[in-house]
Design a binder for this molecule. Structure first.
Ligand SMILES: Nc1nc2c(ncn2[C@@H]2O[C@H](COP(=O)(O)OP(=O)(O)O)[C@@H](O)[C@H]2O)c(=O)[nH]1
Ligand SMILES: [Mg+2]
Ligand SMILES: [Zn+2]
Length: 305
């Protein structure tokens, strides 16, 4: 029996079978992901083989993945956490207000996507809350990410204007991972795209503007037969997994073109002489903002394991 994991709670997995029924299943035995230590061996989006034993459904095999996305486990040191498997693309919902999404968060997410070769799209939401100056900032960020880096960007105010056909089209025929800080509007978006889902939408706490945790487990929802959306639990921090210092620049698309042109082959593009990346920065081909993100990722503990 084969199925698709559409929800995982840690020890139980909801599996959609080929006959369109959903069963709750458990794992038997150990599943390994290469040589990594992972906190959860199976993720939403995994295709699995099931056996029915004494009326219980047991997952006995994971079908080879097209891709997967992991981050460092926020709870367990030196462990990774599987976020999802077999996705076609990922949308990151970013907000300048309530809560503020840092560029660092956006860039870390995009770097992770690059590392797993998953196309990324940025949706700037809650534009209704912004004054003129802040709207200019969104415009500027959209310009950077689209023109200088190459990610498609959209602006939305989901609660005020709903979803346009243009936004709906993004999700058509694909399996899309939706990420963003808790409170950014993930559930609101999914409810608009798939009204039957009726996901609980959080009250944004005015006090901290941090947003309240309502979704705890990743879950897959179907817009139609070939279009699925994966909601990820409120991710506050995305610690990169398994990206080595020298690799990092490869995951900044705007830097890729210049790699190999530095004087030193092992250049980390910080203070080395004859660095082509620094030159491109001077020429404005790489933006200060993105270069700053690069440096902070390079220096962060994530890369010193
Ligand atoms: N002003 C404004 N509020 C929004 C918008 N989109 C979502 N919200 C509100 O933000 C809060 C958090 O949304 P939710 O979808 O639960 O965020 P999630 O944590 O990412 O799933 C809810 O109160 C939504 O009504 C928007 O475009 N503008
Ligand atoms: Mg939510
Ligand atoms: Zn260099």
């Amino acid at each position: 029996m084969k199925g698709l994991v559409i929800r995982s709670t840690g020890s139980w997995y909801s599996v959609l079978l080929e006959d369109t029924t959903t069963v709750e299943a458990r794992i038997r035995g150990k599943f390994k992901l290469e040589d990594k230590k992972i906190t959860n061996p199976i993720a939403v989006g995994d295709y699995v083989v099931l056996e029915e034993i004494n009326g219980e459904y047991i997952i006995v095999e994971i079908v080879d993945r097209d891709n997967y996305i992991i981050r460092q486990s926020p709870r367990k040191k030196h462990h990774d956490h599987l976020i999802a498997a077999n996705v076609d693309q990922a949308v990151v919902i970013a907000t300048l207000k309530k809560p503020r999404t840092s560029l660092g968060f956006i860039d870390r997410f995009l770097v992770t996507l690059e590392a797993f070769r998953i196309p990324g799209i940025i949706l700037f939401n809650k534009t209704d809350l912004l004054n003129e100056e802040e709207l200019d900032e969104v415009g500027y960020l959209s310009f950077i990410y689209e023109q200088k880096v190459g990610y498609k960007c959209y602006q939305t105010s989901l609660t005020k204007e709903g979803v346009s056909d243009k936004i709906r089209e993004i999700f058509q025929g694909k399996k899309t991972l939706v990420s963003g800080h808790s409170g950014a509007g993930k559930s609101t978006l999914i409810n608009l795209l798939i009204p039957e889902v009726d996901q609980k939408v959080a009250e944004v706490s005015n006090f901290a503007n941090k947003g309240v945790h309502t979704t705890t487990f990743a879950e897959m929802f179907f817009m139609d037969e070939d279009s699925a959306i994966i909601d990820t639990p409120g991710i506050k921090e995305l610690a990169l997994s398994e990206i080595e210092g020298e690799e990092l620049a490869h995951y900044f698309p705007e830097m890729r073109a210049f790699l190999g042109e530095c004087k030193f082959h092992n250049c980390q593009h910080t203070n080395e002489p004859g660095c082509r990346i620094k030159e491109a920065l001077e020429e404005g081909k790489i933006t200060e903002e993105r270069y700053y993100s690069y440096l902070s990722m390079l220096e962060s503990d994530d890369n010193r394991r």
